[in-house]
Design a protein around this ligand. Structure first.
Ligand SMILES: Nc1ncnc2c1ncn2[C@@H]1O[C@H](COP(=O)(O)OP(=O)(O)OP(=O)(O)O)[C@@H](O)[C@H]1O
Length: 398
């Protein structure tokens, strides 16, 4: 609504903060003799749409609620109280640093942000500093060295899993460097990061967004960010000979999935279809790898790979993630498996995505301090194909 539509006598400065619009009475609704103010806000009034589709169940959309008031004074009071209540919601971000990958997925990141997300942030009075990345690792390097993190309540990445990974690496590395923690030490205790990372899905798979929110919808993600939702996640570090390699929050894949991802990078120009092509090529090559896996079996954890409930934002088990992490012990010692493997996978979350709506490990928890190890030993192509097909349509992958 433009300011020219406001009723005369209505002073814009008195309606600052999260109160978004005041609109003049009009249309069929307004038959009152006194002039009436209509107050439309982005108070946390949204509703879950009643789609039946399997990916649309978790979709949120904005809903405007109009309050009718008989006199101006009362209306002013409502607005004041609404603003006061909104100011009390300290978990809502006020200032965000946004990185957009213009080349992720179908190369729509910039448009998605400008057309769908930015207007919602504006309505919610969130200020955003936007950086459109100019090269791979631009966001990571900026966060590591340059970004003034004190200015922000959170960092948002507009892109896919690769962009999320960049932001995660940049942020975690910056916090450790600032606090003198050596990431090369596998048992170093990392300093937690107070900034939250939001994801606006604009990539090819968007597995981390899908696995946490339940849908890949930019509007839903923007609303989660606006209302200050947060979800802790297990972050797993990968080291080789006391050298830190990288962090992973979703799938750590050696063998089949590692080969698919490596091959798909060569055909990035194909967009999301590159995963299908690389998947077929890698499947036909039927490579297997000899290896030794050593792992500490988790004990006392409450989740089970055959649990029916999928862990999402707000999971009761993952609420106390720090407590869970310290209570998960492998007291019975290391287990060792030596074999020939087609795939060695460690899933720290379900790894659900639109192609595999339940994911590689449907019941994996987002923040229970454990990872689900999925080992596929050397087997026939047909058996491996059966295993792959199970990911796309079965709740029970075992
Ligand atoms: N401006 C840029 N030019 C080239 N590459 C970029 C740029 N910005 C980011 N990248 C890189 O592009 C890679 C892929 O980006 P992103 O994850 O957003 O999309 P995607 O790979 O299509 O989606 P997904 O990871 O969900 O499959 C990231 O690893 C990131 O480092």
């Amino acid at each position: 609504m433009h300011t020219s539509d406001w009723p005369s006598g209505c002073n814009r400065s008195s309606f600052s903060g999260h109160v978004c619009n005041l609109v003049k009475p009009g249309g069929n609704e307004c038959k009152m003799t006194n002039w009436t103010k209509y107050y439309t806000s982005l108070l946390p009034k949204f509703h879950v749409t009643n789609y039946d589709g399997r990916t649309r169940r978790h979709q949120w959309c904005c809903s405007d609620v109009t309050f009718h008031c008989a006199n101006e004074e009362l209306c002013e009071q409502w607005i004041q109280v609404a603003n006061e209540q909104l100011a009390l919601l300290t978990n809502r971000p006020k200032s965000l640093l946004v990185y957009i990958n213009p080349f992720g997925g179908k190369q729509c990141g910039k448009r998605i942000y400008e057309q769908k997300v930015a207007p919602m942030f504006r309505r919610a009075s969130i200020s955003a500093d936007v950086i459109v990345t100019e090269r791979a690792n631009h966001a990571r390097d900026h966060l590591k060295t340059e970004a003034n993190l004190d200015k922000y309540d959170g960092v948002v990445c507009v892109g896919g899993d690769g962009m999320f990974s960049e932001v995660l690496h940049g942020l975690v590395t910056r916090i450790q460097t600032d606090n003198g923690v050596d990431q090369n030490q596998p048992d170093a205790e990392l300093v937690p990061c107070s900034l939250r990372i939001g994801i606006i899905p604009a990539g090819s798979t968007d597995c981390i967004c899908f696995g946490t929110v339940g849908t890949n919808d930019p509007v839903t993600s923007a609303l989660h960010i606006i209302v200050g939702d947060s979800q802790p996640m297990d972050v797993c570090s990968v080291h080789h000979d006391d050298i830190f390699l990288r962090y992973s929050v979703s799938l750590l894949g050696y063998g089949f999935y590692g080969d698919v991802l490596t091959d798909s990078e060569r055909t990035r120009w194909l967009g999301p279809a590159r995963y299908d092509l690389s998947g077929v090529k890698t499947f036909l090559s039927h490579n297997y790898y000899e290896g030794t896996i050593s792992f500490l079996p988790a004990e006392n954890n409450m989740g089970d790979p055959r649990d029916k409930l999928q862990c999402r934002s707000g999971c009761f088990l993952c609420v106390d993630s720090a407590g869970l992490l310290s209570s998960v012990h492998g007291s019975s010692g290391w287990s060792v498996i030596r074999a020939e493997f087609i795939a060695i996978n460690a899933a720290s979350m379900s790894c659900a995505c639109p192609r595999s709506p339940k994911g590689l490990s449907p019941a994996a928890h987002l923040a229970d301090g454990t990872t689900d190890l999925i080992l596929v030993r050397k087997c026939s192509r047909l058996d491996f194909l059966r295993h792959l097909v199970r990911h796309t349509n079965k709740g029970d992958q075992v």
